[in-house]
Design a protein. Structure first.
Length: 276
C-alpha cells in the first residue's frame, strides 16, 4: 500500500503539471501506450502468451469504456480542483459500486450497507457544500468519474472469475489506446522534454498503483487496505499545500472520514465470520 499511495500521489502531480499544456485525451493515450508496452513485455518475459487471449472481449470492451470515462473525469478534476478534494470525491466510488451491485447484481441491501450509504452521502455533502456554495462543474466531473469507476469495478469483479489480472491490464491498454487516439487526435501536441517525463511517470504509476493494490488485497484483509488507502487524502493534501499553495479544508477531511467509516462498516466482518 505504500507503493500504491506513492503511485497515486505522483500520478496526480504529473497530471497537475501537464494540465493546460497537454490535453487530457493525449495524456490518456500516452498512458495506454506506455502501459501496453510494459504489460506486453511482462507477459512475453514470463512466457505466458495465453494471457493475450480472452473469451470475454465484449465485457472487456464495456469495462474499458467506463474506465476511460472515469479516467477522463479524474484528470479533468485534477487540473481544476484542489488535489485533496479530487481524492476525497474519488472515495465515493465504493458507494456507487454498492448501489450498482444491489441494482444489477441483485446483491442484498443489508442494514450495514444502508448505514454505509448514509454516512457516505453525508460525507459527500460536507465535501461539496460546506458553506452553502454552489457545487462546481469540476466537482461534478469527479463524481461522474467515481460513478464510471464503480461500473468498471463491477465489470472487473466479473472478469476476475475467468481472466488473469495481466489479461485485464493488457486489454485495458489495448482498448483505451485507440479511444484516446481518436478522441484527442485534433489536439495532440509534441511534448517538451519535461512533459515527456511527466507522461512517462503517469503511465508507469498507473500500472504500479494497480499492481500494488492487487497484491495488498491478496496479502491482507480488505478493511486494512481500505484504511491505508485513506492515507492518500492527508498525503495529497500536504502535497497540494506545499507544492501548489492550496488551502486546507477541515470539512473535507471530516466528510472523507465519514465515507471511510461507512466503507469500513460495510467491509468489516466479525472475526467468527472470517473463519474458513
Amino acid at each position: 500500500m505504500s507503493g500504491a499511495l506513492l503511485s497515486f500521489c505522483l500520478m496526480a502531480v504529473g497530471a497537475r503539471e501537464l494540465a493546460g499544456a497537454i490535453s487530457t485525451f493525449q495524456i490518456l493515450f500516452s498512458r495506454s501506450v506506455i502501459g501496453l508496452v510494459v504489460v506486453t513485455l511482462v507477459i512475453l518475459q514470463t512466457r505466458r502468451t495465453a494471457l493475450f487471449k480472452t473469451q470475454r472481449f465484449s465485457l472487456h470492451l464495456g469495462r474499458n469504456l467506463f474506465h476511460f470515462c472515469g479516467q477522463y473525469g479524474w484528470f479533468v478534476g485534477i487540473g481544476l480542483l484542489p488535489l485533496a478534494q479530487v481524492f476525497a470525491l474519488e472515495f465515493t466510488t465504493p458507494l456507487w459500486t454498492l448501489i450498482i451491485a444491489c441494482l444489477f447484481l441483485k446483491e442484498a441491501l443489508t442494514l450495514k450497507k444502508v448505514v454505509a450509504l448514509v454516512l457516505g452521502f453525508v460525507g459527500v455533502y460536507l465535501i461539496l457544500n460546506p458553506g452553502g456554495e454552489i457545487v462546481s462543474p469540476a466537482a461534478l466531473y469527479v463524481i461522474a468519474a467515481a460513478v464510471f469507476y464503480s461500473l468498471s469495478h463491477v465489470a472487473t469483479k466479473a472478469l476476475s472469475a475467468t481472466d488473469d489480472p495481466l489479461t485485464v491490464l493488457f486489454y485495458m491498454c489495448a482498448i483505451q489506446l485507440p479511444i484516446g487516439l481518436l478522441m484527442g487526435a485534433g489536439s495532440f501536441v509534441w511534448p517538451g522534454p519535461l512533459q515527456w517525463v511527466w507522461l512517462t511517470l503517469i503511465g508507469l504509476t498507473a500500472l504500479s498503483a494497480h499492481f500494488c493494490i492487487t497484491h495488498a488485497m491478496r496479502s491482507s484483509e480488505v478493511s486494512v487496505v481500505v484504511t491505508l488507502d485513506f492515507l492518500r487524502l492527508p498525503l495529497i493534501a500536504a502535497v497540494g499545500v506545499v507544492l501548489y499553495g492550496e488551502a486546507f479544508n477541515p470539512m473535507l477531511v471530516l466528510g472523507a472520514s465519514l465515507m471511510l467509516i461507512g466503507n469500513l462498516v460495510n467491509v468489516v466482518r466479525p472475526r467468527a465470520a472470517r473463519q474458513p
